[in-house]
Design a protein around this ligand. Structure first.
Ligand SMILES: [Zn+2]
Length: 142
């Protein structure tokens, strides 16, 4: 058995249906046996639930999702670019470096960025050192 999430192109309602196989779904679809549970329309398409749908070209909803994702990614990358240019990268030593700067044992002209654990961040916060968590996309990620 396979469960598909179906979407009606007419009334946009979404519902789940079970089929014995993907072949059966295709067969029923060809025979117009799949209709919308809400408005009975036959313009029913299956929606794909895995992220691999992002390559699908024939679904406008999916396209807008890709666009949204790309837009968000662009903003994040721009932000990363800004940080790379204006902050010093300290890698794994973020918590240590943040303390050094905070307690003035080290003079910092720039902000710093790096990786820290949640525990590090919590401890820093308790010491009155504010650190921001930002989403980070690795350069080699598409
Ligand atoms: Zn409908």
């Amino acid at each position: 058995m396979i469960k598909y999430r179906l979407i009606c192109k007419d009334c946009e309602s979404i519902f789940d249906s079970w089929f014995s196989s993907s072949e059966e779904y295709e067969r029923l679809k060809k025979l117009f046996f799949i209709n919308c549970h809400t408005c009975n329309s036959l313009s029913v398409e299956k929606t794909l639930m895995s992220p691999s749908v992002f390559t699908s070209k024939n679904n406008s909803k999916t396209d807008s999702q890709i666009l949204k994702y790309k837009k968000t990614k662009k903003v994040i990358l721009k932000y990363q670019e800004f940080i790379k240019n204006n902050f010093d990268y300290v890698g794994e030593n973020f918590a240590y470096e943040a303390r050094s700067v905070h307690y003035k044992s080290k003079k910092a002209t720039k902000g710093i960025y790096g990786s820290a654990t949640k525990k590090d961040l919590k401890e820093l916060k308790e010491e009155g050192i504010e650190a921001e968590i930002i989403p980070w996309i690795k350069d080699n990620m598409n």
